[in-house]
Ligand binder design. Structure first.
Ligand code: NAD
Length: 254
């Protein structure tokens, strides 16, 4: 069995997940590129970028709403490379809805991806993970730091991710496995450029006016932190949540 680590990434055909796959490839980590067939992203783009970075990847269709699908993702990586060292529970959706109008179905559908999907991803990967392994889940400043009007289901899921990763850190610490979360601020990706459910391109441009760093973030700037948390350099970092937001949530508004 090769010593080269293997990472399982959900939602890796776009945005932060795709950037993370490339960061891993640059570090000699083989990547399972989880792609959701319901979305129009092209996972071949991620795979090409991984190969251009000198890395190795395999594209696997996965729907994090299904235990069978997520377990099959992990099994594919085991049969391909016989190991999983790193799990990145990144897949997520964002929907807007006034709280009073939200249906049980809308609430459940969002949590099924953004919270239960993280649980399924971590669970499937941890079954195969040995000492030195690491799980990182993607939360959000919505729920991870702030509340967000008309996005209570999203914020609830993203707050839940923090409880989950902290608990995994405690439960798996004695086995030498770490668990952390990353809390992105406003990052330019397909999710945030959706003008219906999120800020949209104009809203992101305007956000530069109140983010102390003067602009929204790039997916790569989140991916670098994920890569650090997944690395042996972070060997004593577990149960933490790192905010990557250009000081947005630190600033006092006047
Ligand atoms: P994105 O839309 O590019 O990425 C989300 C990915 O999840 C997509 O590739 C999508 O196909 C996948 N996905 C959706 N439903 C899925 C399902 N059922 N099964 C498997 N995969 C599924 O946007 P992004 O911003 O890169 O999002 C990545 C993560 O970062 C998400 O969890 C998101 O909530 C979080 N986040 C993003 C921002 C931001 O400003 N962009 C801020 C905070 C948190």
């Amino acid at each position: 069995m090769s010593e080269q680590p293997v990472a399982m990434i959900t939602g890796a055909a776009s945005g932060i997940g795709a950037a993370t796959a490339v960061c891993f490839a640059e570090r000699g980590i083989r990547v399972g590129i989880g792609t959701f067939p319901g979305d129009p992203h092209d996972p071949e783009t991620t795979l090409r970028d991984v190969r251009d970075a000198g890395g190795e990847g395999v594209i696997v269709e996965v729907d994090v709403r299904s235990t069978e699908s997520v377990d099959a993702f992990a099994e594919t990586l085991i049969s391909t490379w016989q190991r999983i060292d790193i799990a990145i529970a990144n897949a997520g959706i964002l929907r807007g809805s006034a709280f009073g109008a939200i249906t049980d179905e809308q609430w459940h559908d969002l949590l099924n991806v953004d919270l239960h999907g993280v649980m399924r991803t971590a669970r499937a990967a941890l079954r195969h993970m040995a000492e030195g392994g690491s799980v990182t889940a993607i939360s959000s400043i919505a729920g991870g730091v702030y509340g967000w009007q008309e996005h209570a289901h999203y914020a609830t899921a993203k707050a839940g991710v923090l409880g989950l990763t902290r608990s995994l850190a405690v439960e798996y610490g004695p086995r030498g496995i770490r668990a952390n979360a990353v809390i992105p601020g406003l990052i330019r990706t397909p999710q945030s450029t959706d003008a219906v459910n999120s800020l949209g391109p104009d809203g992101l441009d305007r956000a530069g006016g109140y983010i102390p760093w003067g602009r929204v973030g790039h997916p790569r700037e989140v991916a670098e932190v994920i890569a650090f948390l997944s690395s042996p350099q972070a060997s004593y970092v577990s149960g933490q949540a790192i905010v990557v937001d250009g000081a947005l949530t630190t600033a006092m508004r006047d």
